[in-house]
Design a protein around this ligand. Structure first.
Ligand code: C5P
Length: 223
């Protein structure tokens, strides 16, 4: 039997569409390195805000980005970003970061500064003996890994998504972030052509995972 192929699974979708829970479950089930790129944009946002850089000040953003040293720490099955050797703290889920992150993420230079870093997580997965990579975000199947082995796009009713965040104890403006993320010029949030799209509004996490795990399990079981 041929060795199992190294697989890349891209999961895109709006805020609180169920990406993180599904990606974590796939990571456990198939031994995939899990990369939550939303947390990368959040970490960069927190670092820029910490340097008093506003998303409206493009010159300051351009000056600050090259100075951020981005490295990865593998923690269990997660690829965590560190900036200047420091893991980001709880501030990446703060109201200030929730409000600012989509504005920074709409700036092409910010996206460029994360492009190679995100693609490099496939090498990190190989180097650490994982069977593949599962990466979640907004532009993974469209820009970062358009040739991913599997590309999924999750969406859910906005009221249900707001409820999910509230249940997590978070005040998050999911609809406003989606509006900015979907309307930006560079790498907007959209279902990539050819991706498998799934409405998670009425599905349990278990059902979401079963739907997206089925084709992966089939590929890995193929002789
Ligand atoms: O996934 P999460 O909701 O934590 O992402 C925070 C924000 O990061 C998004 O609202 C979006 O503005 C940005 N993001 C992005 N591209 C990605 C991942 C996240 O623009 N691949």
């Amino acid at each position: 039997m041929a060795p199992a192929p190294f697989i890349i699974v891209a999961i895109d979708g709006g805020a609180a569409a169920g990406k993180s829970s599904a990606a974590r479950a796939l990571s456990e089930r198939f031994n995939l390195l899990h990369a939550d790129t939303g947390s990368y944009y959040r970490a960069v946002t927190a670092a820029l805000l910490g340097r008093q850089v506003a998303p409206t000040d493009l010159t300051a953003v351009q000056a600050a980005l090259p100075a951020l040293r981005l490295t990865t720490r593998i923690e269990g099955k997660s690829a965590r970003m560190e900036i200047d050797g420091q893991p980001p703290g709880n501030e990446i889920r703060s109201a200030a970061v929730n409000d600012a992150v989509s504005h920074f993420a709409a700036i092409p230079e910010v996206r460029d500064s994360l492009l190679a870093y995100q693609r490099g997580q496939a090498d990190a997965a190989r180097a650490h003996g994982f069977a593949g990579l599962v990466m979640e975000g907004r532009d993974i199947g469209s820009v970062i890994f358009p040739d991913a082995t599997f590309r999924f796009f999750l969406f859910a009713d906005p009221a249900e998504r707001a409820k999910r965040r509230a249940r997590e104890g978070q005040q998050d403006t999911v609809a406003e972030r989606d509006r900015i993320d979907s309307s930006r010029k560079t790498a907007p949030l959209t279902c990539p052509v050819g991706a498998f799209s799934l409405d998670t509004t009425l599905l349990t996490l278990h059902q979401v995972v079963e739907r997206i795990a089925a084709p992966i399990a089939a590929l890995l079981a193929a002789p």
